[in-house]
Write a protein that binds this ligand. Sequence first.
Ligand code: ARG
Length: 259
Amino acid sequence: MKKALSMVLIGLLLVGLVAVSGCADSTETEASENEVPVYIVGTEPTFPPFEMTDDSGAIIGFDIDLINAIAEDQDFEVQVQSIGFDALIPAIQSGNIDLIASGMTITEAREEEIDFSEPYIEAGLAIAVAADNDDIESVDDLQDLVAAAQIGSTGHAKAQELVDAGVLSEVKTFASVDVVMMELVNGGVDVVINDMPVTQAYINQQPGVIKIAGEKLESESYGFAVRSGNEELLTMINTGLQNVIEDGTYDEIQTKYFS
Ligand code: ARG
């Protein structure tokens, strides 16, 4: 008799457990149906006006507004993370981030490691010198000089190319662009090779200290990037980009950061 009772009790307990877990299951499914995917965006934020930090330390800029507009259009959310520029591609490959929005130039070498979106803006490299230096007009005037560049950037690659060609004597690299600029301001190097619109933004912040020397070195296009083979996210980015260009949002963001 006692045994039968305990069997019934165990039975009731099991039914209760199943009911509770079934219940938990269904609320979970309902919740995830309403939730939008969150993608982690990596960026190196010393690159105004594309990415920089405001007084509160929040990461803002053209790239951040643009990727947020694309995310809104495509029903996903982004969480922006600060990462060293030369660590962005390894971070995407290891799965620590899903997306790069960092003024990254689309290059053939990088195409082998990551997948780029359609280009979203044109830029290019420029030489910067101290404001009182009138000796430099082109790469031909860089003989035996010392340059600074951000590590892993196309400016770094260009400077290294000029070292290998026996033009520059040395390239000093730094993790962030503000330190690269500081080095030029303090006279630690003769020139900086960096993206022209970004160097212009630093000049605007502190006029009369450094200037751009000569013409743009070469044209470059920036793209967002995803892990190689992440077709799903890449398609959303390209479709969203197209949509925000067509509906005028892109122009609004451009006016906000470039006027
Ligand atoms: N456009 C250059 C490159 O792709 C420099 C980009 C640096 N970006 C940054 N957020 N610090 O190499």
